[in-house]
Design a protein around this ligand. Structure first.
Ligand code: SF4
Length: 289
């Protein structure tokens, strides 16, 4: 179900940019996400989203952004995509992300968009405009296999479409990369999956690939994930329960070895394992006479 809501504020600020994604201001134009990844952390109780399949459209988001951005004293990277995908299907008609990007371009703020959708290619022109300051687009891809992707991310565009979108943006000169996170224990933690992802990211023109070998398993997130395991991978829940109990996070099998394989593959392909962040231009030096 799609519902319209009015938000009080839009941007939330961090004291300093986070060390993984370089994000200082977080922007969520929608709440809820029909991509329905079985592992989605946004289902956790702390986020207080009662029905994650409902999509809430913040109808006043663009007005809020126009008011809030000029008041920011510190220019910092605006991140979108951490709690709901900015290019989920409703965006094709509502265009909130497209309009927000135009405001960001006008206000000359840097941007990092995180998505699982090839709809982002629609906004290439605006992204190029923003890139005069700084723009990065990261595609979350956790398996190189379309069929497995269809199981674990049933509402999201196929992995092959995400790679094709990454290629288009990279060929247009945008900074792009892959977020290889989470890696689901017993499902995606084979060395062949890791090396295939790195090789494909490189072949499509990615500059960086960020990885995390495991997943979180919090309260409602865990409940939902386990019901999906029962449906899609019968018997696997038992292995999880034995291995991880009530722990908050679940680490991939042989995570250290996987990390080593990942690092070597990235070195081999010349891919960075950290993304380059926005850096403010140094102030102009006064001319010396
Ligand atoms: S795309 Fe992101 S926000 Fe949407 S369901 Fe998947 S993990 Fe959750």
């Amino acid at each position: 179900m799609i519902r319209e809501v009015t938000a009080k504020t839009l941007l939330s600020s961090a004291k300093r940019p986070d060390p993984w994604f370089g994000i200082k201001y977080t922007m969520n134009l929608y709440r809820g996400c029909p991509h329905q990844c079985i592992y989605c952390d946004s289902r956790s109780e702390c986020y207080q989203i009662e029905n994650f399949t409902d999509v809430l459209v913040k109808v006043n988001a663009i007005d809020l952004l126009k008011k809030e951005l000029p008041r920011k004293r510190v220019i910092g990277t605006i991140g979108t995509g951490s709690m709901s995908d900015p290019y989920q299907p409703v965006e094709a008609a509502r265009r909130l992300t497209a309009q927000a990007l135009e405001v960001i371009a006008e206000q000359r703020f840097p941007l990092h968009a995180l998505t699982k959708s090839d709809l982002v290619v629609r906004d290439l022109d605006t992204l190029q405009h923003i890139a005069q300051v700084y723009a990065a687009v990261s595609f979350t891809i956790t398996t190189a296999d379309d069929e497995l992707g269809r199981k674990v991310e049933p509402g999201a565009p196929l992995v092959s479409r995400r790679f094709a979108a990454l290629r288009k943006l990279a060929e247009a000169g945008l900074l792009t990369g892959v977020l290889m996170m989470p890696i689901l224990p017993f499902i995606e933690d084979q060395p062949e999956n890791i090396t295939a992802l790195v090789a494909r990211a490189k072949a499509c023109g990615a500059t960086y690939i960020l990885a995390s070998f495991g997943m979180t398993l919090r309260d409602r997130q865990r409940v939902y994930y386990y019901t999906q395991l029962d449906r899609l991978f019968p018997g696997l829940r038992r292995q999880y329960e034995q291995q991880f109990g009530a722990r908050y996070s679940a680490t991939a099998r042989a995570a250290k070895r996987l990390e080593q394989i990942f690092t070597e593959a990235c070195e081999h392909h010349g891919l960075a394992t950290r993304m380059p962040f926005y850096e403010p231009a140094p102030p102009l030096q006064p001319a010396l006479f």
